[in-house]
Design a protein around this ligand. Structure first.
Ligand SMILES: [Zn+2]
Length: 261
């Protein structure tokens, strides 16, 4: 299953920040579908079960609101990478991030974790943050809370087996198809993690184009969605290597996503 529809149903473009006309054009179809998605989103009270159940091992007080901003705001952005770990592109991406001293979030596909547990340990050793992206990358928008919980717990179990003790701070629904997943994620101590900017690296459009989309599309405090798995992500890796120094030269800092919405 590919990531083709993920951004179209995400929370990315829903913010009210001023954007260029070109970006508005890019974002319009996304905005329409995001609006439909948001109609089903509930901004629920903080989950009580969170940490006491000890199953999510994220952090206490996670809420069902979808976070799509950085921790510190201002001229910052947070890089997030979905669908790995991948035996080719994840190690290359980790090397690029290490070279530039950038910490990112990795939203892990449970079956890929099972196949490549050593890569999860490498991600943790690199000081990056883990995010649950479900076992099989299913669209869960119509799933019952019980089925969602079973999948999320199974994914966390795989991650724990691969990297014992490493917290799983966030959850991201495949395709941004949230349905009832935010409430369940919060109960398990994981903050739902959306995005404000997706750059279509699943196409893939060429490294230079990816660089341009990030550099021109980023807004203050944006969580940015890219991919290190689910296909050939070599352009993404090369783009990140170029994006970091370009943005830093313009005064941007690389931050983590906010803990709460
Ligand atoms: Zn995905």
């Amino acid at each position: 299953m590919t990531e083709k529809t993920e951004p179209a149903r995400g929370t990315g473009p829903r913010r009210r920040h001023t954007r260029s006309r070109r970006l508005r054009r890019l974002a319009l179809p996304l905005l329409l579908s995001a609006g439909m998605c948001l109609g089903t989103l509930t901004l629920a009270e903080p989950a009580r079960a969170g940490q006491e159940a000890g199953r999510g091992a994220g952090w206490g007080g996670a809420t069902a609101a979808v976070v799509d901003s950085t921790r510190h705001g201002g001229r910052t952005l947070a890089l997030t990478f979905d669908d790995g770990p991948d035996p080719t592109d994840t190690p290359r991406l980790l090397a690029v991030l290490r070279k530039h001293r950038v910490k990112a979030v990795f939203c892990l596909w449970g079956e890929h974790v099972r196949q490549h547990p050593e890569l999860v340990r490498a991600i943790v050793r690199g000081g990056h943050t883990l995010c649950n992206h479900t076992m099989r990358h299913d669209d869960m928008s119509t799933w019952s809370p019980e089925d969602v919980r079973a999948d999320l717990e199974a994914t966390n179990a795989e991650i724990r087996k691969a990297a014992p003790g490493a917290p799983v701070r966030y959850f991201r629904a495949p395709y941004g198809s949230w349905g009832g997943t935010p409430e369940v994620a919060a109960e398990l101590g994981m903050q739902p993690l959306g995005w404000r900017l997706a750059v279509g690296d699943w196409e893939p459009p060429g490294t230079g184009e990816l660089v341009r989309r990030v550099v021109e599309g980023v807004t203050p405090g944006a969580v940015v969605l890219m991919h290190d798995g689910g296909g050939d992500r070599s352009q993404t890796v090369e783009a990140v290597d170029r994006i970091v120094p370009l943005l830093r030269a313009e005064g941007w800092r690389f931050d983590r996503p906010a803990r709460r919405a």
